[in-house]
Design a protein around this ligand. Structure first.
Ligand code: F1P
Length: 346
């Protein structure tokens, strides 16, 4: 697990534990709906979870900001499963959302990094991600670990529900084994990303675009840039660009596009054309060996090819590195960004 804020690779302290889910197999199998609650980066991991659970297990998923969910009067009942995601396990909004859902009879499943924290104690069952300590305030390797846990959960639910072919599942699990190697490969673009960061360190705005599970990755890329570089950044589904953000495009604002070779590749290409037609500057995250996007984009950062299910795990890496290098070049303290707390307990 890579902590780009410190430039180290941490060994996983233990394998992601799925013990918690096994006791609730029947509950997950029969779930009519899953509600995911979280804040910040953890909420983005929840969005990836939504794509994966719906794709593979065919269970409807809603993803809610805990900070909003807790203050409304949502319809929840005892058939609902609420997955609460939190690195620290102490985020007050997420805890309040859990307490409210618990009162309404929902089953609470926690995904948390800190063993013995409040959120796992409030949950009926769950998974510890064991990603090691998040030394900096901004969540990085915790995100990758949360996404890994959600990916495994989606596969597990799909297997128990019979919504995935055995051969497909075996293929996905063997690809999962390759992920650490692919992450290492993605990290090899570090110096190239630094050279891009040098060119864009003084921009005032940035737009991040992605489709499918590349959309939460775009949101997370924008959040990292905001949190540690204090540059205004927006993440958008690429198809939504024409409904507003397109008005912002000019030569000044970099548009970072997740343009890897997966099911939405052709559509992303047309989004890039739309940006280029307006003289926008495109930094594309592409699959290694790509030529089509590389020809159109101003900068292309290669990541190794993987199954679409694992795209968020790999595509996040260059975005974290980009934010990291821009923040360092701007003289920001990447470990302790201004105004941000490690755990937001109020
Ligand atoms: C949620 C979160 C983090 C963010 C910052 C503030 O925390 O929004 O994603 O990086 O630390 O809090 P958590 O519930 O995942 O601990």
């Amino acid at each position: 697990i890579y902590d780009c804020m410190r430039g180290r690779i941490y060994p996983l302290e233990g394998k992601v534990q799925l013990g918690g889910i096994k006791e609730y197999t029947e509950k997950f199998k029969n779930a009519q709906r899953i509600i995911i609650v979280a804040c910040g980066t953890s909420w983005h991991a929840g969005l990836v979870g939504e794509y994966l659970i719906e794709e593979y297990a065919r269970i409807p998923v809603e993803v809610e900001y805990a900070s909003e969910f807790r203050y409304r009067n949502p319809i929840i009942n005892e058939n609902d499963i609420v997955i609460a995601i939190s690195q620290s396990g102490e985020t007050a909004d997420t805890m309040a959302a859990i307490e409210m859902a618990k009162e309404k009879g929902a089953t609470i499943f926690g995904i948390c990094n800190v063993v013995g924290a409040s959120i796992p104690r409030l949950s009926h069952a769950g998974i510890y991600t064991h990603a090691g300590p998040e030394i900096g305030v901004a969540s990085t390797k915790a995100f990758t670990a949360q996404v890994t846990a959600l990916t495994l959960m989606a596969f597990y639910m799909a297997e128990t529900k019979g919504t995935i072919a055995k051969s497909k599942l075996i293929g996905l699990l063997s690809e999962l084994e390759r992920i650490p190697k692919l992450v290492e490969k993605a990290l090899q673009s570090d110096q190239y990303i630094l050279s891009i960061a040098e060119k864009f360190k003084d921009v005032r705005n940035a737009l991040f675009l992605g489709r499918g599970s590349g959309f939460p990755v775009a949101l997370e890329g924008a959040l990292k840039l905001k949190e540690i570089s204090y540059i205004h950044a927006e993440g958008y589904p690429a198809a939504e660009m024409k409904h507003g953000p397109i008005a912002l495009i000019d030569e000044e604002m970099p548009v970072i596009v997740i343009a890897t070779k997966n099911s939405s590749y052709e559509k992303v290409i047309s989004n890039i054309q739309e940006v280029k037609a307006r003289k926008g500057v495109v930094i594309a995250i592409v699959t290694e060996g790509d030529t089509e996007v590389t020809k159109m984009a101003d900068y292309s950062i290669e990541i190794p090819h993987t199954d679409e299910a694992f795209l968020p795990l790999i595509a996040t890496i260059p975005l974290q590195l980009l934010s990291y290098h821009i923040a360092v070049l701007r003289g920001s303290n990447v470990d302790q960004p201004r105004n941000l707390a490690k755990s937001v307990t109020v």
